[in-house]
Structure formats: structure tokens, C-alpha cells
Design a protein around this ligand. Structure first.
Ligand code: CA
Ligand code: CA
Length: 229
């Protein structure tokens, strides 16, 4: 009898612990969250894309992206910030276009770089806690950008303290290490990378050609975050 009542007491204690400590914390966390508000450019194509050859492609659903839950009050802390790149003189466009807020797919809104491994980088100017990083490479045609890797660091040269938040280079052809993320088809929604509160000042986005040609493109990078504590 004594043993079973002690067991009962411990079960009740555990339940109380969950009720008193864990539930309010979960509820409070939920109340501090909201669907991230995004402004999307107009779509440039409709229908199911065909003829895209990729052995690491996520299935296409044809549906809109689900709302992304993020802490309340985040802003795009990349807007208007300074962008640099592995090639400071793109073939088409200017680096300022990476953070100018124009996300449209038409000619005049994208930057074109030459073939091969290419990166662009945004200096947020200070440390931020980041929850969503959105990238639009190109969306006037369905295509996949290869070796899409997103990294965050406090080091502008990305030599030390590098945090990789997305990497779909499954065969390590880029050489930064193999990633487990899937390739995706570009649309007007851009790619939303869950940055999970990573902290840093610089965001670097890599690519290595695409399924239509060997060139690299960039329309816009947005970083939804808040000043790091
Ligand atoms: Ca832009
Ligand atoms: Ca690859």
C-alpha cells in the first residue's frame, strides 16, 4: 500500500510540474508568436514545371507556402543594408539591388553573375537574432539553383564562427560540406529558410549555376530578425 501510494504521489507531482511550469511556458511562447508577414512579388508563371532534372528535388505541391510562425514584431533587417559578392561587378545589375526591396521577376529586377561558385553577402551592420531568411534568385521561369547554401557569421570573411542554416548541396560539389536540405523550384514566394534564432552580423548565400544555364542570379535577400540581446 505504502509503495503504491508513493508512486501515486510521484505521478501527481510530475503532473503538477507539467501543469505549473511547462504548460504556462508553452502558452507564453505561443502567445509571443505570430505568422510572419511577407510581401510577395507577382507570380511570373503558373502550372506544374516540367523538364527539371535534379536528383535532390523536394516534391512540388503546387500549393502556397504555409504561414511561418515567428516571434512577434520582427522586421526585415536586411532592407537597404550593404551587399557584397564574390564578384563585385555582376554581368547584369548592381549589388544594391540585393536589398532594395524590389522582388519582381522581370528584367531589370535581377542581377546576373557568371558561371561557377558564387556568393553574395549582406552586412546587417550589427548582431541580429534571425528567424527567417528569404531568398529570391530568379522567378520568371521555373528552375532550380544548385548548391544553395545559407550561412551566418560575425566574420565578414566567413573563416571562423560560421553557422550554416541551409545547405542543399547533397553531393558536396560546392566543397563546403554535404547538406541534408532539398533542392526546390524557384517561384515568386522565394525560399524561406528557418534560421531558428541564429545570431550574427553577416549573411552569405551561395549558389553554383541553375538547371536552365550555368549563370547565377539574385533578386533579393530578406532577413527577419531583431537586435541580438
Ligand atoms: Ca531587389
Ligand atoms: Ca551539389
Amino acid at each position: 500500500m505504502k509503495t503504491s501510494s508513493m508512486k501515486w504521489v510521484s505521478v501527481v507531482s510530475a503532473a503538477l510540474f507539467v501543469a505549473v511550469l511547462v504548460v504556462p511556458a508553452v502558452l507564453a511562447a505561443a502567445q509571443d508568436m505570430e505568422p510572419l508577414k511577407l510581401e510577395l512579388p507577382k507570380p511570373m508563371f503558373v502550372g506544374t514545371p516540367k523538364n527539371i532534372v535534379s536528383d535532390n528535388l523536394e516534391p512540388t505541391t503546387g500549393k502556397k507556402r504555409e504561414p511561418f510562425m515567428a516571434p512577434k514584431g520582427l522586421t526585415n533587417v536586411a532592407k537597404g543594408k550593404k551587399a557584397t559578392a564574390s564578384d563585385m561587378e555582376p554581368i547584369i545589375g548592381e549589388l544594391e539591388m540585393i536589398t532594395d526591396g524590389d522582388k519582381e521577376g522581370a528584367d531589370g529586377s535581377f542581377i546576373e553573375f557568371g558561371p561557377g561558385k558564387t556568393w553574395v553577402q549582406v552586412d546587417l551592420g550589427a548582431d541580429f537574432e534571425m528567424f527567417a531568411i528569404l531568398v529570391w534568385h530568379y522567378h520568371s521561369q521555373a528552375r532550380v539553383y544548385k548548391d544553395f547554401i545559407v550561412q551566418v557569421s560575425d566574420d565578414p570573411d566567413f573563416v571562423k564562427d560560421v553557422k550554416t542554416v541551409f545547405n542543399n548541396d547533397h553531393d558536396n560539389s560546392y566543397g563546403l560540406g554535404a547538406g541534408k536540405d532539398k533542392e526546390y523550384i524557384e517561384t515568386n514566394e522565394g525560399k524561406l529558410v528557418d534560421a531558428k534564432g541564429v545570431k550574427g552580423r553577416y549573411v552569405r548565400v551561395h549558389s553554383n549555376g541553375n538547371t536552365s544555364n550555368d549563370m547565377n542570379h539574385m533578386i533579393e535577400i530578406e532577413v527577419f530578425g531583431r537586435p541580438a540581446a
